[in-house]
Ligand binder design. Structure first.
Ligand code: ADP
Length: 482
């Protein structure tokens, strides 16, 4: 099983592909060149043979025409026939002399004398044409030419000369050359395959270095300085890898910071409760009023702990269900009214005036629970970090265009210093830690708000002037963009 998977790993590897490529690059050109050479040799040898034989045949045809052989006068034709026989023996062939009645009057094989021959080629030659055919299967060339006396102005065809010569020796040469070519191609393939294996091992070495380098990065995340300079590609991979490790390091640091922040925040109320409980325990005769006061303080700390845990749960939920929003069409005017109504008691307690201004009816596709959480946090902050002299106000407005709806939360509070503005969305970030804790802040509210708005593909921006107040501008698409 493991062997099979190793085999498939090898098949899929760059090494294997390089070897296959090298072999193909050796085989294909060798085959093309080899076959090309063999084919052109065959064509050239055939055409030389044809023109040689044709030349000889023409001479013989002229001599036959010049003699009286065609008119039946055989005496004195020995020299002529000796030439004919020589031609047949040189080229391993056969010559037929055919008269104008298509009767064979001379056959060098002495097989078909006095027989009649009627074939396309002979008929054509009777009409004065010369034909030649190459029969590659039976390996011979056949020519047929008219016998015409060169001095006869009327060009009367006296008969036909049919010559067929064997091309066996050309085929023999060809098969010998094919054998040599096969051996050469085989040697080339062997040499190139060997070179291909060496080359592929050499070429894939940088990737082995790369994976070894990654494997040797002990100790998890850190400043990775991986570098394999062999190829531009490996340099780019190393750079991207180091960049990614840097990002992971930042993420890891922020995770560690988050965990330590969470532990610290959860420990604080517990420490207070322990101090309060210890104090009461050390005073067995304390009056009931003191007990009640301490128990009241302990209850406050429990509430605080609960709030931190609830906020943490909201945050975790948003991180986890980033893709899972429960989108439905929500009347935003009504939703804002409900939020304001719910927060009115807190505003009253702080002596802060709450005003809602709706510029137009707005219905948007949002997750009602998550949007409520986001807006509530903003309005609650605007109340919490406001003046306590009775002059404080919070203005919330709702507007929309054809694409987005806009919520503005403006307050007359203490404001946020410029250098803190970019950090206020971080988890547990508080401008004034002790003040925030005093008024029941967890430092998670704006992180929740921003997460929720980003999940809706929206944006949030804050402007603030210390001592004057703060404005949060929120923009969210009317239709959810998945
Ligand atoms: P908290 O629970 O402490 O309010 P948030 O995440 O909601 O945490 O806010 C982070 C910090 O930003 C707060 O501690 C506070 O210092 C500051 N802040 C938020 N909203 C306002 C505001 N409207 N006016 C002044 N400061 C604000």
């Amino acid at each position: 099983m493991q062997k099979a998977s190793k085999f498939f790993d090898f098949i899929k590897s760059l090494k294997c592909r390089l070897i296959v490529m090298a072999i193909l690059l050796a085989i294909i050109p060798s085959l093309i060149v080899g076959n090309g050479i063999l084919f052109s040799y065959e064509m050239r040898a055939l055409s030389i043979r044809q023109s040689e034989v044709m030349g000889q045949a023409r001479i013989i045809a002229n001599q036959v025409a010049a003699s009286n052989y065609m008119s039946g006068e055989k005496t004195g034709s020995e020299t002529l026939l000796a030439q004919v026989n020589m031609l047949t023996s040189i080229y391993d062939g056969r010559v037929l002399i055919v008269d104008d009645n298509f009767q064979i009057i001379y056959d060098t094989y002495n097989l078909d004398d006095n027989k009649t021959i009627i074939s396309d080629a002979v008929i054509k030659s009777f009409k004065g044409e010369t034909t030649q055919i190459y029969d590659s299967e039976n390996k011979y060339i056949e020519m047929s030419l008219p016998i015409i006396n060169p001095n006869d102005e009327t060009k009367t065809v006296l008969g036909m000369l049919v010559v067929s010569v064997s091309t066996d020796n050309i085929a023999l040469n060809l098969s010998y050359l094919t054998q040599i070519a096969t051996v050469i191609v085989f040697i080339v393939i062997l040499v190139v395959s060997f070179a291909g294996v060496l080359m592929s091992i050499r070429m894939t070495q940088p990737f082995t270095k790369l994976s070894d380098g990654i494997a040797n990065l002990h100790g998890g995340v850190g400043d990775a300085d991986l570098m394999v300079k062999d190829y531009t590609e490996t340099i780019i991979i190393c750079e991207k890898f180091n960049e990614m490790m840097g990002k992971i390091k930042v993420m890891d640091e922020s995770r560690q910071e988050f965990v330590s922040n969470v532990s610290h925040e959860l420990k604080t109320p517990l420490t207070s409760m322990k101090v309060l409980a210890d104090s009461i325990n050390s005073m067995p005769d304390a009056p009931v009023e003191l007990y009640q006061e301490f128990m009241g303080d302990i209850t406050n700390e429990i509430e605080r702990e609960t709030k931190i845990i609830n906020d943490l749960l909201s945050l975790v939920k948003m991180d986890k269900t980033a893709a899972k929003l429960n989108i439905e069409n929500v009347n935003m005017n009504e939703l804002l009214e409900q939020i304001m109504k719910r927060l009115q008691p807190i505003a009253d307690k702080q002596n802060v005036q709450l005003v809602l201004e709706s510029f137009r009816p707005v219905t948007a596709a949002v997750d009602e629970v998550k949007i409520t959480l986001a807006i509530s946090n903003l309005v609650e902050n605007a109340i919490k970090y406001n003046k306590i002299d009775g002059e404080g106000w919070v203005h919330v407005s709702l507007n929309a265009d054809h694409q987005y709806f806009y919520i503005k939360v403006e307050d007359s509070g203490m404001g946020i210093p410029e250098e803190d503005l970019e950090h206020i969305y971080e988890r547990f970030y508080r401008v004034d830690k002790s003040h925030s804790r005093e008024i029941g802040g967890t430092g998670l509210g704006l992180a929740i708000t921003r997460n929720s708005i980003l999940m809706h593909r929206g944006a949030i921006k804050a402007h603030s002037e210390v001592g004057e107040g703060t404005t949060f501008d929120v923009r969210i698409p009317l239709n959810y963009i998945a």
